[in-house]
Write a protein that binds this ligand. Structure first.
Ligand code: F6R
Length: 323
């Protein structure tokens, strides 16, 4: 097994120890006006998961910020949860410093770096991640840490973390399903499609094929899909595309999408979601997608772990935008 795949297959272990780790720092007893989750890439996707998790459940607004700047309406009374595995991501640090200047409450999830220093020097609520992972391979720990911080601050119920550990411990099953997905997609560009609730999975699918397999990929979200992308498939035959659909058993629009695509002659790999609790589904399918994208990389003879272009982008942004 590739070393990088091994780090993904340690997720059940990672998850169990993440559930044990404490939230440190000063915990304020207060009501927040809103929540902004700040973070990029493999850390930032946790904001998407939290947005989906809270939508329809909570009364406060939830913003996902993947930018250097915060929206104007994020101000005093808001909680800004800053998530960066390395703790050194330029955009995340800038937005966090801005949050402090604006008088927002700030909490941090990180393995260290500048964000770690900032959190400990101000005794901010903080959750430390284990070191030695690529951020995307630490996904369950970043997710559990973020949810734990929010639960501690009264923004989420602790029960959200009742993840079905037996489901996500089926490592062999994930590898098998991942190989199957990789074989299915061989020679084609993947298009991940989901509804709004499961959009973090479709986005994660795209990101994993980008970062691990070094391939372009796209993702589409239903119902918006039905207002533009659907038409694009009328002429799909000219392009080597295949669809990967997360079909929500509770959402007929996702069944419509599957039937529509098959009717148009598109090859669709469909995964049923909506049968288990949300976080269990998100973690399980992220494991399957991770395994698929790593198999893809190995078959293509590329290193799934190294992301040279992200490194050069990070060097550029620091040099260009640092004041
Ligand atoms: C690398 C990865 C990237 C990083 C992103 C932000 O595995 O997935 O998308 O997550 O460049 O870096 P961090 O997570 O350290 O803030």
């Amino acid at each position: 097994m590739s070393e990088f795949l091994t780090s993904y297959m340690r997720w059940p272990e990672l998850l169990r120890s993440a559930l044990e780790e404490p939230v440190e720092g000063r915990i304020e007893e207060r009501e927040f006006r809103g929540l902004a989750v700040v973070g990029m890439g493999g850390s930032g996707i946790v904001g998407d998961v939290i947005k989906s998790l809270t939508s329809g459940e909570v009364e406060y607004p939830v913003e996902v910020v993947k930018d250097i700047k915060l929206p104007r309406w994020v101000r005093e009374g808001w909680l800004v949860l800053s998530v960066s595995y390395s703790g050194n991501t330029f955009e995340t640090i800038e937005a966090t410093e801005e949050a402090i200047e604006r008088g927002c409450s700030v909490a941090v999830v990180t393995s260290g770096g500048k964000l770690g220093e900032l959190a400990s020097s101000r005794d901010l609520p903080r959750y430390y991640l284990p070191r030695g992972f690529a951020p995307r391979a630490a996904f369950p720990a970043i997710l559990v840490g973020s949810v734990k911080v929010l639960a501690e601050l009264g923004l989420l119920a602790k029960e959200v973390l009742n993840i079905d550990l037996s489901r996500v411990s089926n490592v062999e099953g994930a590898i098998h399903a991942g190989k199957e997905l990789s074989n299915y997609l061989e020679g084609f560009m993947p298009v991940f499609i989901s509804n709004v609730k499961y959009y973090p999975l479709a986005l994660r699918g795209k990101n994993e094929f980008n970062e691990n397999a070094k391939l372009p990929a796209k993702f589409e979200i239903i119902p918006e899909w039905g207002h533009n992308d659907i038409v694009g498939w009328e002429g799909w035959a000219k392009f080597p595309l295949k669809a990967v659909l997360f079909r929500d058993v509770n959402d007929p629009l996702t069944s419509f999408a599957e039937e529509f695509l098959r009717g148009a002659g598109v090859s669709v790999k469909s995964y049923e979601v909506g049968l288990r609790d949300f976080l269990t589904e998100v973690i399980w399918y992220s494991m399957v997608i991770g395994a698929a994208s790593i198999h893809h990389a190995i078959k293509r003879g590329v290193n799934p772990e190294v992301t040279l272009s992200i490194k050069s982008y990070k060097q550029f942004i620091k040099k260009e935008l640092a004041d």
